[in-house]
Ligand binder design. Structure first.
Ligand code: ARG
Ligand code: ZN
Length: 867
């Protein structure tokens, strides 16, 4: 089977060139050893590097080392002046022999590094971020993931300003130098690609702990933060130990160094980074206590700490050959962190959350101008491919393989993968082959999931033959065209399916795993006595869009009786969605059956509160839009508000009971979290049904809250209202938390997410607030990304929302292109909107592309969105 499809001809300019997966060639030179020597200083850090290089294969090509913003001060080969030149972003050195020692020296300025890639300064610290191509901003190097080296690092710095000096691996020596300096030598015994290099210097304190691995080795664990933040590191530490144990038990993977360091920094482009033995985190994924962090924050911390730890095997020990293989480590590691979180709490609720995220972030990407396969074919700027498709759809691919193979064969497959490829840089193909070899299952057709973009659509209906007690399930699939890809082949869709008796509510036979491999197929079920309810794609076993032909009353009944919690959740959501879509189309929507289903869910004794909270959350405005031919934000908003107020009014008593339950903020058990989740969902619906009562209840919840979950839940409701309660709560919140930047982010975010006619005025004013800054990615995203995700407000018919976001993108692009580029897709989906808005969005994209000096990051996203 051909696995190369046509790829979109990427729009390029002389300085913005596309790189293609098909052009991959092994490296010309290997670099088995690296010694780095840093004289650290925020304004001028001197970097000396010594590379041992070896010619790889028979060729006479020179050594090419990438450098970004570097001027070589010294270049020597084998101790003598070398024959070198600078060509573009590369240092080219002619080498006569097959081996050499290359020495270079450069000066870099961390304090002036606003891109936060390479070595940069954050709140008095010096730290690094090298994935994907940040190492070349520190020193000249091949800087590609298939060049693995053993690193020795000497760090020297002023002892008073930078008392702690950290790098990958083990500390082998340290001491004092001249003029108040000190130094530390670090050695990492594991060969690694340059993107996993890390270093931190600063005034840090550690939460120190230990872990005994399954073979009895002792590991020292440290979480490094500012001293005042130490009390907020307990949850991250517990999560780390739980993750280490889990990876031993579930994957047989043991930690391999004697030391594991985590550092939290305030200025960070992404969530966190899995540098070998020295993970560096955005402080929002480390710091938490119940007064400042919500239950969701706590869960995210556990998930991200686990994710980065799991990378030690799925990413560091076995890494990627090239960046097209990014999902090899990210898809697999997301799947691993999802499974971990499911095991730590409620599996069903975790699955619901993950599917919600997939639908909110990945499905729109797959249906838009930036759609790409899980293993992309080309890129201009690789950072633009750290996407929901590579991460979250990638995780779904691993999950499907586990479903198809079964858990035991899947585990054999992962064992084989780690054993076969330990210490190597490999491809997605290598992963699939290990799964095949270990299980004997042929995954040829399955590989299409890596190469074909677009969310598959499945049509389904059931025909029942009562006289023979049989039912036939008719299925048909289609894969939509995406940019550069048309005429796709049918894929393997694993659909967990059960038929449930409409009268008894009891499953008619066992759940089956239906593998749809053809364009269409019919599957026969025996022993189906009653008219069946179709419960299909249970647990969301395949990441597809389903279109099921249903009899009247079928969804209502499924919402009541389906024993599979995920399927039951889906039935509730689909019922709501039907009413919401009808409302948005201006049809008279009957909400009686939705309300009845919601009442049933709310008062059920069999369901836990966390599940109820999920099932009773209405589909977002964005999700409703995704189901419409063309998105009409005003019609969607009014349809949704109408349904919310009908529900809130009709279920006021039941919701009031759920809202009035209080549980200590110190209780972080899954049960307690579920109760708080339901409490805030109930509050929001109550307020929709009766705004006056809602405002009073919300203010009371805010005042009484002993935890951030209740407090933020109340503010979320107040944010979209007017009146003294809102003013009072936001003012009190600001006063209390003005010095806690992570909490202040919430203050910005809540206002940006508020549903008001004038939210765009509010965010414009907030962008001028003294506490707003484009220099801190968390703060910028709190305001801009939350506003852009607020469909009704952002898509204001005047186009002012588009203008604001575009201005913010262009402003931040001048200092930090990665942050800027990630926001472009919100404007890029213009074709999905009604014509007036589409035109306004398009005009802003054109304004972006016409801006002189645009980064290639933003250029790629904007130009592809216009193509
Ligand atoms: N590998 C990191 C993770 O754990 C993310 C790195 C993001 N870097 C980037 N250039 N986008 O997912
Ligand atoms: Zn990752």
């Amino acid at each position: 089977m051909s696995d190369v499809l046509e790829h979109p001809e990427a729009p390029t300019t002389p300085e913005h060139v596309a790189i293609y997966r098909k052009d991959y060639l092994p490296p010309d030179w290997l670099v088995p050893e690296i010694a780095l020597d840093f004289d650290l200083d925020p304004d001028r850090t001197h970097v000396r590097s010594r590379l041992t290089v070896k010619r790889n294969g028979e060729h006479d090509r020179p050594l090419r080392l990438a450098g970004n913003g570097l001027t070589p001060l010294v270049v020597r080969a084998n101790g003598a002046d070398a024959d070198w030149r600078v060509g573009g972003d590369a240092l080219v050195i002619e080498l006569p022999g097959n081996e050499a020692t290359i020495e270079t020296e450069v000066d870099i300025a961390p304090a002036a590094n606003s891109k936060l890639m390479g070595l940069y300064a954050s709140g008095g610290l010096l730290c690094t971020q090298c994935e994907s191509e940040g190492f070349r901003r520190i020193t000249f190097h091949a800087d590609r993931p298939d060049v693995l080296s053993r690193y020795r690092v000497r760090m020297s710095a002023d002892k008073a300003r930078f008392p702690i000096l950290l790098a990958n691996g083990n500390l082998v020596a340290s001491g004092d130098g001249e003029n108040g300096t000190h130094w530390a030598d670090w050695e990492d015994p594991f060969p690694k690609p340059s993107y996993l290099f890390a270093m931190v210097a600063g005034d840090l304190s550690a939460n120190r702990d230990r872990f005994t691995t399954m073979s009895g080795r002792e590991v020292e664990l440290n979480i490094w933060v500012r001293e005042k933040d130490l009390p907020k590191t307990g949850h991250a530490m517990e999560s780390l130990k739980a993750a280490m144990r889990w990876d031993e038990e579930v994957y047989g993977r043991e930690y391999d160094l004697d030391l594991f360091n985590i550092v939290a920094v305030d200025d960070f482009n992404f969530g966190a980074m899995e540098n070998k033995g020295l993970n560096i985190f955005n402080s929002r994924y480390i710091l938490a206590d119940e007064d400042t962090a919500t239950d969701i924050d706590f869960d995210n911390i556990a998930g991200v700490v686990a994710h980065e730890y799991f990378h030690n095997w799925s990413g560091d020990r076995v890494t990627c050959r090239d960046w097209f293989q990014l999902s090899l480590k990210e898809g697999f590691t997301v799947f691993r962190d999802q499974s971990f979180s499911g095991d730590m709490g409620s599996k069903a609720v975790k699955r619901i959350e993950d599917v919600r995220l997939l639908r909110a972030a990945q499905f729109p990407e797959d249906a838009g101008p930036l759609a790409h396969s899980v293993r992309p074919e080309s890129y201009i700027e690789i950072t633009n491919f750290y996407t929901a498709t590579v991460y979250n759809k990638g995780a779904e691919l691993i999950r499907m393989m586990q479903t198809i193979l079964g858990p035991e064969a899947f585990r054999k497959g992962s064992d084989l993968y780690f054993e076969r490829h330990d210490g190597e840089a490999v491809t997605c193909e290598d992963f699939v082959r290990a799964m095949e070899d270990a299980s004997g299952v042929d995954l040829s057709q399955f590989r299409l999931w890596y190469s074909q973009a677009g969310t598959p659509r499945v049509k389904a209906h059931v025909e029942h033959d009562a006289s023979n007690a049989t039912a036939i399930l008719h299925l048909a699939q289609s894969i939509p065209d995406t940019p550069g890809q048309t005429g796709k082949s049918p894929m393997v869709l694993p659909l967990k399916t059960a038929l449930i008796g409409a009268d008894s509510g009891v499953p008619q036979g066992e759940e089956q795993l239906v593998l749809l491999t053809e364009g269409s197929a019919s599957v026969r079920f025996e022993g189906v006595v009653e008219p069946p309810l179709l419960s299909i794609n249970r647990e969301f076993s395949a990441p597809v869009l389903l279109d099921v032909e249903r009899r009247a009353g079928e969804l209502e009944r499924l919402a009541e009786v389906d024993p599979d919690p995920f399927a039951r959740y889906e039935a509730c959501q689909e019922l709501m969605m039907r009413a919401l879509l009808a409302g948005a189309r201006g049809e008279s929507a009957d909400s009686t059956s939705v309300i009845a289903a919601m009442r049933g869910t709310l008062i059920s004794n069999a369901l836990d509160p966390a599940f109820k909270g999920e099932a009773l959350s209405l589909p977002t405005e964005g999700l409703i839009g995704d189901r419409m031919e063309l998105v009409d934000p005003d019609a969607i908003h009014s349809s949704r508000e109408t349904l919310r107020s009908a529900i809130g009014a009709a279920l006021a008593d039941e919701l009031g009971r759920a809202q009035s339950v209080s549980i200590s903020g110190a209780d972080l058990s899954p049960q307690a979290k579920g109760i708080r989740r339901l409490k805030s969902v109930a509050l929001s619906l109550l307020a929709a049904g009766n705004p006056e009562r809602g405002a009073a209840l919300a203010k009371a919840q805010f005042d009484a809250a002993d935890n951030m979950t209740d407090r933020q839940g109340a503010m979320m409701v107040l944010a979209s209202m007017d009146g003294p309660e809102r003013e009072a709560a936001f003012a009190a919140f600001f006063e209390r938390y003005r010095d806690d930047s992570l909490v202040l982010d919430k203050w910005f975010a809540l206002q940006a997410a508020a549903q008001h006619e004038d939210t765009v005025d509010v965010v414009e004013a907030l962008a001028k607030h003294p506490d707003f800054t484009v220099r801190n990615p968390n703060r910028w995203r709190a305001l801009v990304s939350n506003f852009a995700a607020n469909q009704w407000a952002f898509h204001h018919a005047s186009g002012r929302g588009y203008r604001f976001v575009t201005d913010m993108i262009l402003e931040v692009d001048r200092i930090n292109p990665q942050v800027a580029a990630r926001q472009v897709p919100s404007i890029g989906r213009w074709r999905r909107f009604e014509p007036t808005r589409a035109k306004l969005m398009r005009a802003e994209l054109e304004r972006i592309v016409a801006t002189p000096g645009l980064s290639k990051d933003v250029f790629e996203q904007a130009s592809k969105s216009l193509a």
